[in-house]
Design a protein around this ligand. Sequence first.
Ligand SMILES: NC(=O)c1ccc[n+]([C@@H]2O[C@H](COP(=O)([O-])OP(=O)(O)OC[C@H]3O[C@@H](n4cnc5c(N)ncnc54)[C@H](OP(=O)(O)O)[C@@H]3O)[C@@H](O)[C@H]2O)c1
Length: 332
Amino acid sequence: MRYRKLGQTGLNVSVVCQGTWSVATKDIFWDGQDKADSFKAIWAGLDAGVNFFDTAPAYGNGEAEEILGEALGKHRQEVVVATKVPPTDLVPEKLRLSCERSLRALRTDYIDLYQIHWPSKELPLEPAWRTLETLQREGKIRYFGVSNFGVSFLREAIPLGRIESNQLPYSLLWRAVEFEIQPLCVAHQIGILCYSPLAQGLLTGKFQTADEVPEKRARTRLFSSIRKMTRHGELGCEAETFAVFAEIQALARQQKMAMGHLALAWLLHQAGVTSVVVGARNAAQATDNATVADFELDDELVARLSQITEPVKQIIGHNADPWEHVSRMEKQ
Ligand SMILES: NC(=O)c1ccc[n+]([C@@H]2O[C@H](COP(=O)([O-])OP(=O)(O)OC[C@H]3O[C@@H](n4cnc5c(N)ncnc54)[C@H](OP(=O)(O)O)[C@@H]3O)[C@@H](O)[C@H]2O)c1
């Protein structure tokens, strides 16, 4: 495993951060999860040197936090636990209650990285920020970061205080952050944590056509709004996505690399990226994902992957919100 400094903190985090959305057995977006596998996935991550775990109260309504807390057990002190406050809780009293709930679920008395899950267009940021600072002084959180903050929300947050990280949707098939958000994060030493780095499994090569992708994962703006669970109302770009997909797959074969490894390793070569936040539903996936820390790609291969995926980047454009037509990441 390799480790990188998180923002300007003293924390060294593994470049593979293990996500826990899909370990919740009751989450509406993931089916058929076995709780025993969830525990084994976390233990396998630990065994492979992962010291950075991401969760949120939103994942299975607190279940993912509970599973992570229980699975970590005596290893709690050895790892960096990142969780989130929902945007609806960005008022001082609710934020404090939300933090207390997460602490209980995680069986811990401190959260290493507390992230604002999504910005709020309704609630003012500054009072929430001051509450985060108070919680930090009280030792309940060590550092705080944001997630899904686009340029306008970042510009509002930057003068308020130190932001250590911005967790963003970023993968070979989702590069909208590169237009404006990534450069701003780089300029302010805000570490980028890439979520859905495998495009929810798509970039492992397990689905060859859009029709094979389970409905619950065919929700992003890559997919047509005829897909039942979409809410963006756009045409999507399924033909272009799967044309690019085929090219990535061919390149992976040529390189004798698993497609998923290539996709994760490419991200670890991008500016400002601290870690990929990759979900694992079982031990085999966790072990497999951890190996990408060892892959160095040469500049030519990184550039080739960027070139192949450029058409999808251009169609998706500046709106980095994977799921909605009007970006929830920007203030307007
Ligand atoms: N901040 C936010 O708003 C936000 C949003 C989304 C996610 N996240 C975080 O980011 C994490 C990762 O994102 P994600 O879960 O959406 O997508 P992802 O990491 O791109 O995909 C995870 C899924 O891919 C499959 N997979 C993983 N490793 C694999 C492997 N080695 N071989 C084959 N299949 C594999 C698994 O599902 P199957 O086995 O079922 O295919 C797994 O659940 C989440 O757990 C969460 O912590 C944050």
